[in-house]
Design a protein around this ligand. Structure first.
Ligand code: GLA
Length: 736
């Protein structure tokens, strides 16, 4: 049993193979959070709470004689605004026009096998094999809390994945009263830690420089990670880690917290007056008011947390395994992904059939699997100022229909894919001319533009239907086997002509719900189409999107050296199989850097591999190297997709080289990739230690035999770099 309830002591203990999580209903009916850490027994951990009469820590209204009992320092499971807790809260709600405030007490609970679902929202699920097993290892706990005074209910959902070590959470707020309930903040989860001495690791960035690793001490006060851009954003990511100060890649307690949401979000970490730490995460509550009439419910997005006491590598690997088994649904998730060439950096908008056919022919000769036609094939779209919304093929430019284009590409033995940006509209488009009210606009104001485009109002059914019909029409009429689903601006002021009364925050959330509805239908109607997420590169790289798309274009920055940091950061919270990465031309289009072709290949093979350059322009040497890269990737694609990923050095700490490795599940095969980032006269020997090998296995490395122990403890000496940004890659196989 993953979930136990001790009736006498009113203690819920959630057990996974990596962690124990505990809550207790106390004498006042308050749901306390009593433990979350390494595997423990069912001891009632409330003994760790020391009641004191602390100054300025008041009591809830019904507690009169006990001044040691205060919400302001008790560890709470779902803290609310209004009962004397002055730390960051999970929930703020109240009757419309009245003072907001709640006081939630335990009402009831249920435990059942399998995983709860969240209709309309991405959520982890119990895999078919787990559901069919005699011993079910995934269980759900629902705890219903009720306001002390009013008919307002909150159900806390817990999904416990015993094997994966993962615990998911969501909350449902329900108005069973007669008045209108205004929900002003509804977080997915809150976690109270008695520890105050923790580090926070998060991933910040900007366009073309996403998910940069930053680790800092949790300080007294509130640290906030979030996005008010309507998307999960390039600037911050809805995945953070809290860890012990001493935690490293290889040991130490780490809690990885992920929000399955592709819109604006907020994660706050507060170290309070008694040195305890609280983390809350959920929807961005900026300008958020969600009205619930009697009988209505609000469902938060799902959050998930994974604790391990074995360091950051184990955290990332365990999360990746959970994503692969229990979150990504795509038909492609366990299949070899096509090695593709995308024409964006090769041609931008300037292409015709002859150019595309040339690239396709060369792709076929080199052994690639797919041609992807990027932006510019539809409507009036020869630059990025017009055409979005008009998803009709520009046959004059393409010289044929989309069906014929796909056939030509298929005729060369390649699959065919396309780019789309369905959520957007250009003012210079037939769609906008016909339906200006379909774009978010604030009446009486010229709309803010981003990349000279407006955002479609996905809260409207007619808009969602238009998108679904257009996408279906394209996919049903041509053999399109891949779609890159792009989204190229931030969302700010959202005025909906259909419903002007809603709060900005509510509209932005309804936008994301509208997007999820469209994506759900996409994956249901076109299950074999490989869907790749994109938002100006990695502006919407989040676990919510992974539920629909097994991979996302990681960054518009294709420079191999900057990608080292971007892909390093991404690897903490997401599986490398979801990191789409391409070899592009040099000097690099984003930063002008020149790197060897070989190095660009090694970096791109870190994720879902492809090319994004004019293959026809490759010289003989690069063509030969491309062939080698593709052969290697095809041969070891299983290792790269399913192997355990190890960060061997950090590009933020080691200025000489960045190294990573993949080890197959049975540990018989492993790859090592190294990119040199500096050159030295009179150089020292550079060494790297392998990880994750079979200790007693004998591995063949460059023709010589080494024990796994030797390679992991002693390491190996790397070859000397021969030029700027040189690189090295080797695959070792176990002999015995
Ligand atoms: C975004 C994407 C790019 C490319 C362009 C096309 O920026 O991230 O890869 O598809 O749009 O306009």
């Amino acid at each position: 049993m993953a979930i136990r309830y001790d009736e006498t002591r009113k203690v819920f203990t959630l057990q996974t193979e990596k962690s124990t999580y505990q809550m207790k209903v106390d004498g006042h009916g308050i749901l306390l959070h009593t433990y979350f850490g390494g595997p423990a027994d069912e001891t009632d951990f409330s003994y760790l709470i020391v009641p004191e009469d602390h100054g300025f820590c008041g009591q809830p209204g019904d507690v009169v004689e006990d001044r040691t009992y205060s919400m302001d320092y008790y560890p709470l499971e779902y803290p609310v605004h209004g009962n004397g807790d002055y730390r960051v809260k999970a929930l703020k709600a109240g009757w419309k026009g009245e003072v907001p405030g709640l006081d939630l007490r335990y009402d009831s609970h249920k435990i059942y096998p399998g995983k709860y679902g969240l209709p309309g929202l991405p959520a982890f699920f119990e895999a078919e094999s787990e559901a069919a097993a005699a011993h079910r290892t995934v269980e759900t706990l629902e705890i219903v809390l009720k306001d002390l005074y009013e008919e307002i209910y909150v159900t806390l959902y817990y999904g416990v994945f015993e094997k994966a070590g993962l615990i998911t959470r969501a909350a449902v707020i329900e108005n069973r009263g007669g008045k209108i309930l205004e929900v002003k903040r509804a977080m997915s989860a809150s976690f109270d830690f008695p520890e105050g001495d923790l580090d926070l690791i998060h991933f910040y960035g900007k366009h073309a420089c996403e998910r940069q690793f930053e680790r800092r001490s949790v300080f007294h006060g509130i640290s906030e990670i979030g996005s008010i851009r309507g998307t999960s954003s390039h600037q911050q990511n809805p995945f953070v880690i809290l860890c012990e100060k001493a935690a490293t890649e290889d040991f130490g307690g780490c809690w990885g917290v992920v929000l399955l949401y592709s819109g604006g979000f907020k994660i706050q970490v507060e170290k309070d007056q008694f040195d305890m730490t609280r983390l809350v995460c959920g929807l961005d509550d900026d300008e958020f008011i969600w009205e619930l009439k009697g009988g209505e419910r609000f469902v938060t997005p799902e959050a998930a947390v994974l604790y391990t006491d074995r360091g950051l590598t184990d955290l990332s690997q365990s999360l990746s395994a959970a994503y692969r088994k229990n979150l990504i649904r795509s038909w492609w998730k366990d299949r070899k992904r096509p090695v593709l060439v995308n024409n964006w950096e090769a041609t931008y908008f300037n292409f015709n059939q002859e150019k595309l056919s040339g690239i396709a022919r060369q792709a076929s000769r080199l052994g690639l699997d797919m041609l992807v036609l990027d932006d510019g094939w539809f409507g009036k779209r020869d630059d990025d100022n017009s055409g979005l919304g008009d998803w009709k093929v520009n046959e004059t430019k393409l010289g044929c229909s989309m069906k014929e284009m796909a056939e030509k590409v298929n005729g060369l033995g390649l699959k065919f894919g396309i780019w789309m940006e369905p959520e957007m509209v250009s003012e210079d488009s037939d769609l906008y001319r016909a339906h200006p009210d379909w774009a978010f606009q604030v009446p009486g104001r010229t709309p803010n533009r981003g990349r000279n485009q407006l955002v479609l109002d996905l809260t409207r059914k007619d808009v969602r239907d238009y998108i679904k019909t257009n996408v279906d029409h394209l996919l049903n009429n041509a053999n399109i086997e891949y779609v890159k689903w792009d989204m190229n601006r931030s969302i700010e002021s959202v005025g909906s002509a259909a419903d002007p009364s809603q709060s900005q925050g509510a509209l932005r959330h309804r936008y994301v719900l509208g997007l999820y509805e469209i994506l759900e239908e996409f994956v249901t109607r076109h299950p074999r189409v490989l869907l790749e997420g994109c938002s100006g590169g990695g502006g919407r790289f989040d676990a919510g999107f992974l539920y629909y798309a097994p991979q996302t274009w990681c960054s518009d920055n294709t420079d191999a050296i900057e990608r080292l940091r971007i892909q390093y950061g991404t690897s903490f919270g997401y599986p490398m199989s979801s990191v789409s990465a391409h070899v592009s031309v040099c000097p690099n289009h984003q930063n002008g850097r020149v790197t060897p072709f070989k190095t660009r290949g090694i970096c791109a093979m870190q994720g879902a591999f492809g090319y994004e350059l004019d293959l026809e322009k490759l010289d003989g040497e690069d063509q030969a190297e491309a062939k080698r890269q593709i052969e290697r990737y095809q041969e070891y694609s299983d290792l790269f997709r399913n192997g355990s990923y190890y960060r061997l050095t950090s590009p933020f700490e080691n200025s000489d080289f960045t190294a990573w490795s993949y080890v197959s599940e049975d540990k018989t095969c492993a790859s090592l990739s190294v990119v040199y980032t500096d050159l030295h006269a009179n150089p020292k020997g550079l060494r790297v230690k392998w990880k994750g090998l079979q200790e007693h296995g004998v591995y063949v490395l460059e023709g010589k035999e080494y024990s796994g122990k030797a390679l992991m403890q002693g390491g190996m000496v790397l070859p000397k770099p021969e030029c700027n940004y040189d690189s090295y890659m080797v695959i070792i196989e176990q002999k015995n």
